[in-house]
Design a protein around this ligand. Structure first.
Ligand code: BGC
Length: 684
């Protein structure tokens, strides 16, 4: 077997075969991995379980045909020493509510990775949006576990279809960046299972994700990378047979990493190295079989993805790939959410158009900061101003300084587009951000709106921010997230009405920071008596429990400014003909949607399930299905959403399993979590 491996390594085929990547690791992959591990020395095993000191490679065991595999961040493209296609951020993909968009971005990223010889992509990030303040919200998929799971599965399947390992992160409960290394995220078992685990679990069960990255924060006082409850009792129990790697420098003890279930310490072997592991084995503190287990997991995954048989780098793929760019553009079209529009949008071509563009993000590509940064940018990028200029005839567009504008000129403009928001310096990994827009933007918008009411705010952010100072004095608000290299082209298509906006909020826009159910428990973090080096550790208790985001609307009696699932379109839609039918593995919920507007547009229909008399406190409604449909004016289409058994379940802590109450459930279908158009009650 070893000889076969060696022979294969010598005669690497030119074109890899990614076909097996969508399936679970096969028995044959495991057997081959076991054979290699049996031939490895202790030193070699210790090399394999830690990254190379350059930060983004695993270590090769050349003697046995095991290559060094290159890794790169994610999630907005292939990062680390390369210019590559810059896709919209995670929150933008989630707000598309479009599985195909997520899958195509994944395919694009996987393709770009192969072009650069990257075998492991460090994405997606699926930590739940718990507060507007988390500096990394932009990378993630919002507040709902079902939406996050569906988007994650499609994105992962896309990446892995190209023969590249996807790494879902950060496992688990990395919901703030504030003191992320020292603050333990403490939540109860039911909350973790119902809210914070599902996207990881679906990634394992449905997409067979190749790798999982643990988080920086401890979970219930135990470091995630050394947490057997997270890794062994849950992740492995769901069937994860791939790699479990640490986040970069989040390991503390050799024993904890040996026993907890971690396979790979990144970026290098600070605690998992020969010098520390050998004495533990020699003294009988740990068995070498624990090390073998890690090596087998890593190797079986690499074998499954073909890394021992084919070069990861596919020379036939151009680095600046047109298909990838197309996917980046299509995704950028579907993310933006129109929060407010009194009719000023769209701006149709007209000789009277005299549009002034200004604001801190008017003529640059804004992006969230940290390991997800796609800097330096790819060759071809289009800013908002650039995109509007390209509209050409019927659009006279000029750019001006937002800090010191000529107010007389502004007063004469037919429309003013203020490009507001955050950027990598103020919304980023490693710290939380403010709720207010930075740099005096609120004052600037208010002053401009006072001389000319025709203001459209286009805003870049990864989550909610304070719009109260000016929301009533502007005519439209378009939330653009961080749209990637094609953001300007996409926004210009939306602003000009070539394409109707179709994004919907993947979180609740509360309208005030303290309305969010988590806000009372977010700060301060209490200190706790911790052993050894955890002396300075603190914890934050997730006391809102399962009532995160819109799940807390009824429970806490707060009305949001814009509900979860909300987003305006240039068209209007009517819902009709709801029917529910029993099918062998659950229920099919069918209905019709009609475009009663005057332009072609997409609508995302959402299905919420509410137990009428639950046996324990449960969210009043939970998203359990959605679909996006494009309709020409006057046309209707039918939608069928399937509800499986899990759509009715809650997590039962007594039995540590999922249970469902029999009785009545309300099935609601609508355009957002509060704009319910059809409903019926069923009995189970
Ligand atoms: C981040 C990870 C990232 C890693 C490598 C860490 O700081 O938390 O998400 O993948 O760095 O860049």
């Amino acid at each position: 077997m070893i000889l076969t491996t060696l022979a294969a390594a010598v005669a690497l085929a030119v074109t890899p075969a990614p076909s097996a990547a969508g399936a679970a690791v096969a028995r044959a992959d495991k057997d081959r991995a076991a054979d290699i591990v049996a031939a490895m020395t202790l030193e070699e095993k210790c090399l394999l379980v830690a990254g190379h000191e350059d930060g983004f490679h695993t270590q090769a065991i050349a003697r046995l045909g095991v290559p060094s595999v290159r890794m790169a961040d994610g999630p907005q493209g292939v990062r680390n020493d390369t210019r590559s296609t810059y896709y919209p951020c995670g929150m933008s993909i989630a707000s598309s509510w479009n599985r195909e968009v997520a899958a195509n971005v994944g395919v694009g990223i996987g393709t770009d990775a192969r072009a650069r010889g990257v075998g492991v992509m460090l994405c997606p990030g699926v930590n739940i949006y718990r507060s507007a303040l988390c500096g990394r919200n932009f990378e993630y998929y919002g507040e709902d576990p079902y939406l996050a799971s569906e988007i994650a599965v499609s994105y992962i399947e896309g990446i892995q279809s190209r023969g590249v390992i996807s790494t879902i992160k950060h496992f688990a409960l990395n919901n703030q960046e504030y003191h992320r290394y020292e603050v333990s995220s403490d939540a109860d078992e039911r909350t973790i299972n119902e809210i914070y685990f599902p996207a990881f679990r679906k990634a394992v069960e449905v997409a067979h994700v190749g790798a999982v990255m643990t988080s920086y924060n401890p979970v219930n006082h135990v470091h995630a990378a050394e947490n057997p409850w997270l890794i062994r009792d849950n992740l492995r129990a769901w069937g994860h047979e791939g790699i479990v790697m640490s986040d970069w420098s989040s390991t503390y003890t050799t024993l904890g990493c040996m026993e907890g279930g971690l396979d790979l310490e990144m970026p290098e072997g600070v605690v998992l190295n020969y010098g520390y592991i050998k004495p533990l084995i020699d003294r009988g503190v740990v068995s070498e079989s624990l090390l073998d287990e890690k090596c087998r997991n890593i190797l079986a995954t690499f074998i499954h993805f073909g890394f021992l048989d084919y070069p990861v780098k596919d020379e036939s793929i151009p680095e600046d790939c047109d298909l990838s760019r197309r996917y980046a553009y299509e995704a950028a079209l579907e993310g933006p959410v129109l929060l407010k529009n009194d009719g000023i949008l769209p701006i149709r071509a007209s000789r009277r158009n005299d549009i002034v563009v200004l604001g801190p993000n008017a003529d640059l590509i804004p992006f969230g900061g940290g390991s997800g940064e796609m800097f330096p940018f790819p060759e071809r990028v289009t800013t908002l101003y650039g995109g509007l200029q390209r509209l050409g005839r019927g659009y006279q567009v000029s750019l001006t300084d937002w800090k010191n504008p000529d107010f007389d000129a502004l007063a004469r403009a037919s429309a003013i587009i203020f490009a507001a928001g955050f950027n990598h310096d103020c919304e980023r990994e490693g710290s939380d951000r403010t709720y207010d827009l930075p740099e005096g933007q609120n004052e600037a918008i208010a002053k401009i709106a006072a001389v000319n009411p025709n203001v459209i705010v286009v805003a870049n952010s990864g989550g909610e921010f304070d719009i109260c100072p000016w929301k009533d004095s502007v005519r439209a608000i378009l939330l653009a997230w961080y749209g990637g290299q094609e953001t300007g082209r996409a926004l210009a298509s939306i602003i000009s009405g070539q394409v109707s906006p179709s994004g919907k909020l993947p979180f609740t826009w509360w309208g005030a920071l303290d309305k969010n159910p988590s806000s009372a428990f977010y700060y301060p973090c209490q200190p706790y008596d911790s052993p050894k080096r955890w002396r300075d550790f603190r914890y934050t208790a997730y006391q809102e429990g399962v009532f995160v985001g819109y799940r807390g609307v009824r429970e806490f009696g707060v009305e949001p400014e814009y509900p979860f699932g909300y987003g305006l379109s240039y068209a209007q839609f009517e819902y009709s003909d709801l029917s529910v039918s029993a099918v062998p593995d659950g229920l099919d919920v069918s209905f019709r949607i009609t475009n009663t507007g005057s332009c072609t547009a997409q609508e995302t229909a959402q299905l919420y399930v509410s137990p009428v008399s639950p046996s324990l406190p449960r969210p009043e409604r939970e998203l359990k299905g959605f679909d996006k449909i494009e309709l020409a004016p006057g046309k209707s289409g039918s939608v069928t959403l399937h509800l499986g058994k899990d759509a009715f379940e809650h997590y039962d802590t007594a039995s540590h399993s999922w249970k469902s109450d029999s009785g009545a459930y309300i099935i609601r279908v609508g355009a957002s979590s509060s704009d319910i158009r059809l409903e019926t009650t069923i009995s189970k």
